[in-house]
Design a protein around this ligand. Structure first.
Ligand SMILES: [Zn+2]
Length: 261
């Protein structure tokens, strides 16, 4: 391909002297979405949480999520305040690294959005807009919001109990959605939670150790044989049976059903 001229387009063609710009080129235009107008309010309420709920509902309609950045309920009444940030405020992810997708992890991009709630002398709470601007697109799909989909403490408890009783995540999900039609938890979030729960239960035990512990705890008949090879002990075979199966087997020794998987 020697001799083939490189295809050049327009003003960057060689030979054309570029006029240096007056100003250094500005950084690529970043997103700027101003949502201030939605949050100006005259509302004054003795219930701080009412104000937070109000702001959260508006944020939800605008397709972003609000987190409580800081909250001080200290003894000094004059200093009582709370700060509401955009879910994507905080640590900045460098621009040449693509933002991770909604489902996989942090989406923080240093969003400057901030509201502050102050408690006035008459003990009512007021909300002020410190910065109503976002530096990112507002999501089209609310379900992608990690905060929005986070389980409430009582839902988490319920999920943990169902997991312990071996309810599959699919059924846990429909139970949660039945109880609260506004629940926005995604399947992915639930699977992650269930995985973390299993790890927590297993702690530092190996899977085999955990299995034998659970079998003993639940009253299963349990036997295993091990071999020692390469200086460590390996499980060679393992047998466990539910006590009810054993009594059935004793009563009907001529019938044996085997399910081999
Ligand atoms: Zn934001």
């Amino acid at each position: 391909m020697a001799g083939k001229r490189e295809l050049v387009l327009g003003i960057c063609a060689p030979g054309i002297v570029e006029v240096p710009p007056d100003k250094p080129p500005s950084r690529p235009v970043a997103y700027e979405i101003d949502t201030s107008d939605h949050f100006y309010t005259e509302m004054a309420t003795p219930d701080r949480d009412e104000l937070i709920r109000w702001a959260r509902e508006i944020a939800l309609k605008l397709k972003f999520a609000i987190v409580i950045g800081k909250s001080d309920n200290g003894s000094d009444k004059r200093k009582q305040y709370f700060r509401l940030d955009c879910e994507r405020g905080g640590r900045y992810v460098s621009t040449n690294k693509k933002l991770k997708s909604d489902q996989t992890g942090t989406r923080k991009c240093g969003c400057p959005f901030r509201l502050c709630g102050y408690c006035h002398a008459d003990k009512t709470w007021h909300l002020t807009v410190v910065n109503g601007k976002h530096n990112h697109e507002l999501d089209k799909a609310v379900e992608g919001h990690l905060i929005v989909g986070r389980l409430k403490p009582e839902e988490r408890q319920c999920m943990e109990e169902m997991s312990m009783n071996l309810v599959p995540p699919k059924n846990i999900m429909s139970t949660l959605k039945d109880r609260d039609p506004n629940n926005k938890t995604t399947a992915k979030q639930l699977y992650n939670l269930s995985h973390r729960l299993k790890l927590k239960m297993r702690a530092s035990m190996t899977e085999m150790q955990h299995l034998s512990k659970r079998l003993v705890e639940t009253g299963y008949f349990f036997k295993h044989r091990t071999v020692v090879a390469d200086g460590s002990e390996h499980v060679q075979d393992i047998l466990f049976a539910h006590p009810k199966s054993i009594s059935l087997f004793n009563s009907f020794p001529i019938v044996l059903l085997m399910d081999s998987t």
